[in-house]
Design a protein around this ligand. Sequence first.
Ligand code: HEC
Ligand code: HEC
Length: 499
Amino acid sequence: MNYPVWQLGFPGGLLIAAVAVLHVFISHFAVGGGAYLVLTERRAYAHNDLELLGYVKLHSKFFALLTVVLGAVTGVGIWFTIGLVSPEATSSLIHTFVWGWAIEWVFFFVEIAAALIYAYHWDTLDRKTHLIIGWIYFVAAWLSLVVINGIITYMLTPGRWLETRSFWDGFFNPTYWPSLWARTAMAAALAGMFGLVTAMRERSPLRERVVRWAGWWLVLGIAALLPLSRWYFHDFPAYSRAYFSGTYTALQHALRGGLACAAAALLLAVVFALLRPKMMNPVVVAVLLVAGFGVMGSGEYLREFSRYPYVINSYIYANDIRMAQVQSITASGVAGTSSWVDANAADPNAYGGQLFAMQCGSCHAVDGYRGMRRISRGWDAKFASELLLHMPVVRATMPPFVGDEHDRAALGSYLASLAPATPSGANEKELGQQVFAMHCAMCHSVGGRRRPLDFKGTDPDAIVSMVGSLHDMSPDMPSFSGTDAQRHALAVYLSNPSQ
Ligand code: HEC
Ligand code: HEC
């Protein structure tokens, strides 16, 4: 993020995620819930079911309050957070899609007006007009999804836009359609979930009728969502599909968690809404809502993670540096292009800390989630500044470090200052294990999946000389910066790593 004075204490991306997941949860309900309202109202008229009509009236007030108030507040919250965390990308999105946003806001205005008229004019409008207002609401709400979906999917798969810079190429990009239909399915599922919430206030037998009706929305929504998401992820760029078969445990957890939530929601809805609606109760509804939130949250997380190392694929990095700026920042240094930092601060680590906030802070914090103090434990300044040359090698999810020699030295020295430690151990092998953790484990594993090193049984002396020439073996490796004793201990460990 470009405001290193604005220190969060946790990764900026997490702040966006927290606001955004709440927003998408509410805003997808705002889309599906619109269709649910009018179709339930129509059903009530068709069956002359006054009890059901009473339920829709109640539900419409709940709906209007939740979507208009919470939806709008969190929507504005997203603009606020992305503007602070990624000002460059936010500006770019506004410029590229200025007419898209304008139209989106018109739909949004129509949506709010129609929602309020719908919810508060049951008695003053005739049935037909009231239904028409409901349809106007739903169409405007869905069209706002149609617009925003183009912009969200563009960030991951800008497609031909990268060459043509044409609005329509960016908008109807390679993941536009699968994402639109997957989101529409999720909207239907959420309509059913929230339909169950207000159903809990009704008495039998209306309650069971509504539970079953809302249950169908939920079941069909989730059942459609699964193949549609499969289609959506299938169209992801090849580099990010590779993340899913890689060593990113957080990604694997999010994927499995999302699938488990979807399966749980499907199962509970089939049993408690379709088969045994009498048994539906507020606890099950609460579990369903949590599961729905889990599905939404995991989907958004997977999409954001898949975009790494970019915020707009092949155009702006996730730390808000435009790819086109890389050369000029490398030549003139960060301080030459940002008025926020002071390259000549009295405390050299103060400048390094600002660089950390700018270039790493959207994904790493000092402590906590992806905490840098834990990661950089035991690094020396020389090693750290050399490692900065290889960020995309450490993880393909990371943008390259951008800056001149002075910047790299300052950030390296700051990283080394976070958790100074000297490797130690009861014996040489334990010492070697720690040396490995501090100098190699960010890129290699022993017996694991990440660039596994297997030197079991190799003569330690041969390993010692090899470690002396790492940088010659692969230009992607920093040279070993430890002492001779540490190098020997590392060799002993690698030649016999088992416990
Ligand atoms: C910045 C990441 C990075 C760091 C740190 C790093 N390596 Fe590597 N290493 C690589 C890459 C990239 C290769 C090239 C081959 C590959 O991709 O597996 C490689 C290759 C190797 C190879 C040759 C692979 C083989 O099996 O023949 C050895 C041996 C090796 N590294 C040892 C080490 C040791 C020991 C350390 C710690 C002192 C270390 N590396 C630190 C990235 C790194
Ligand atoms: C776009 C997001 C992003 C940015 C920006 C970023 N990182 Fe990372 N970084 C990651 C992810 C994701 C991982 C992998 C975490 C995992 O494996 O669970 C990671 C892992 C690492 C690791 C290896 C961690 C380990 O467990 O061995 C190091 C070292 C690291 N980052 C340093 C940095 C530094 C220094 C910067 C700033 C110059 C930076 N990163 C910027 C996303 C980012």
